[in-house]
Design a protein around this ligand. Structure first.
Ligand SMILES: Nc1ncnc2c1ncn2[C@@H]1O[C@H](COP(=O)(O)OP(=O)(O)O)[C@@H](O)[C@H]1O
Ligand SMILES: [Mg+2]
Length: 348
């Protein structure tokens, strides 16, 4: 077997004109992605891997040919499609697996599920994982009248991520406001809206690393205490990306979070169950919030969350003594012990 430090890694990410976001603010995240890819390649080369960066736009045939030619030991999947979303991410992961290459992170199904928020919430709830109550999929404005609401309610597009479609007016307290918000989402995002009872308690990000055996990384907590009272405490688009906004400037994340051991254990065990339930593999982040009585409830499972250095998952890993190069190495190693692949499927 090849020495692990000599692996040839194909680092795949989304590129190309058709992957340019419609909203000008989103260009920031595409630029950031490119910068992060270069940095990841640099770090992995330093630990001894041979790294080929493979930008992927729309041409899946060219992509297949390229992978066939490169014959990498592992595909590092950083295809995070901010524009087309779930279906595109799923098909890239499925293609890599059908070609028989080990791939970092979660398989196609888990990637799709973690983008279809209503589907994954229903599945998790069915599996006994505590979720936000009153979770409803609203495909038309009239659907608002079908349900009994326990306000406040938070409304967002049902198939986005990264805070897209979440703003100051996403938390509503009346049916009229809820209808307005649903109309806006249907018209602007061309997808159903997801509405849930708003959980007012503390919010945690739970980083997970591992394959057959999973480890929970030190918990991170979102700190909303400095936010003006008229802005709802949520990780909105502004809070995540818009550096000039009050939301961004007054929201911070602290890691490790100060949590009583009993609560930390409960949060960790719920996060692990949720990650397993959606078929997550390799690394992930589960967002959790406490309800009115302090019960942790899952907001969402992020399969293949951002691997940007020193923030989010990478920061939690650092607090566990796993530095960035080591984290990337671990993720590659875990990919190699992944479930068996569809080798033998006839491809071009
Ligand atoms: N039911 C809820 N109760 C309270 N806050 C919520 C709820 N759902 C979402 N949020 C807030 O909105 C943020 C983003 O929601 P999330 O479902 O994680 O979407 P995204 O995929 O955009 O991160 C969360 O981090 C949290 O602050
Ligand atoms: Mg989230």
């Amino acid at each position: 077997m090849k020495q692990t430090t000599r692996y040839h890694v194909a680092l795949v990410y989304n590129a190309g004109a058709s992957a340019s976001p419609e909203v000008p603010e989103d260009t920031g995240s595409t630029d950031d992605l490119r910068k992060m890819i270069r940095r990841m390649a640099h770090v992995m080369r330093k630990v001894g891997y041979k790294v080929t960066i493979v930008p992927l736009a729309n041409d899946l045939l060219a992509f297949q040919r390229k992978l066939r030619r490169l014959r990498p030991d592992v595909v590092f999947n950083q295809y995070d499609d901010v524009v087309h979303g779930a279906l595109y991410e799923m098909r890239v992961a499925a293609l890599v697996q059908m070609m028989g290459f080990p791939m970092t992170g979660s398989p196609a199904l888990a990637l799709g599920l973690s983008r279809y928020k209503y589907m994954s919430a229903s599945l998790l709830q069915g599996g006994g994982v505590p979720m936000a109550p009153n979770t409803e999929l609203l495909e038309r404005i009239g659907d608002v009248d079908r349900c009994k609401w326990n306000f406040p309610v938070i409304v967002q597009p049902s198939r986005e991520h990264a805070g897209i479609g979440l703003s100051r007016d996403s938390v509503v307290s009346t049916k009229t406001k809820l209808r307005e918000k649903v109309r806006e989402i249907l018209n602007h995002y061309h997808q159903p809206a997801l509405a849930q009872h708003f959980l007012p308690g503390r919010e945690f990000n739970v980083g997970i690393l591992g394959g057959r055996k999973l480890t929970v990384l030190p918990l991170a907590e979102v700190d909303y205490t400095k936010l003006p009272k008229d802005i709802p405490p949520i990780m909105s688009y502004a809070a995540k990306w818009m550096e000039d906004s009050v939301e961004y400037q007054r929201t911070s994340v602290s890691c490790p979070a100060h949590v009583e051991p009993f609560l930390a254990r409960e949060i960790s065990s719920i996060a692990l169950r949720a990650f397993r339930a959606v078929g997550g593999w390799g690394y992930g982040r589960v967002d959790i919030r406490l309800d009115e009585v302090g019960q942790p409830r899952v907001l969402e499972v992020n399969c293949n969350p951002s691997l940007d250095e020193s923030v989010a998952l990478a920061r939690s890993a650092e607090k566990a003594g796993i530095d960035y190069p080591h984290l990337l190495q671990q993720i590659v190693k875990i990919a190699m012990e992944g479930p068996s692949f569809d080798v033998g499927v006839q491809m071009i």
